[in-house]
Design a protein around this ligand. Sequence first.
Ligand code: FES
Length: 91
Amino acid sequence: MENKLSVKVCTGTLCYVMGGAELQLLESYLPAEIAARVDIKGAPCLDCCNRTDAGKAPFVQVGDRIVAEASLFKVAEVIKEMLKAEGKWAE
Ligand code: FES
């Protein structure tokens, strides 16, 4: 079984009101060949909103990387970058 890249979209209140609501559409936003290589889940507060060094909400965790001020475009770019780095996707 292929290991998929883990993507956790924060569904905590702060992230949700700061723009996280649109991130619920991430799976349908991604091109099918990329969506097939990621495992997208909602997650309760990732605890980044309580840290001063994490940037601004909304937050998404892609693999071991936290994406601050996450937008659909920004998260998709990070996913592509990480899949490429792992040799799992080429444009
Ligand atoms: S509500 Fe998203 S990190 Fe806390």
